[in-house]
Design a protein. Structure first.
Length: 95
């Protein structure tokens, strides 16, 4: 809660409620990122950025769940029928 209260206090003020909420949302996202990055190794900051971006885009409805599932797991909902480009390999290693 201290992080949230500090973000409300530090964020830029606005005249309308919609502007204020937009500013708070952007500032709080940045503030969480900065504070979490303080405890991460440099190599892990890119992963945090990627995951936060995905969650933001998902919240806005801009991530296709089927494409996301494929990216993460390599599985598809539909059947894929492609010829194995390397028949000498193990059949279980192909889609």
């Amino acid at each position: 809660t201290a992080l949230f209260v500090a973000a409300i206090r530090l964020a830029e003020k606005a005249d309308t409620l919609d502007e204020r909420l937009d500013i708070l949302n952007k500032f709080f996202t940045y503030y969480v990122y900065v504070n979490v990055c303080r405890s991460l190794f440099e190599k892990d900051k890119l992963l945090l950025s990627f995951l936060m971006t995905i969650k933001i885009l998902d919240g806005d409805g801009e991530i296709d769940p089927v494409e996301w599932r494929f990216l993460i797991s390599g599985k598809t909902v539909e059947s894929v029928t492609l010829d194995n480009p390397a028949p000498e390999g193990a059949p279980s290693g192909w889609i």
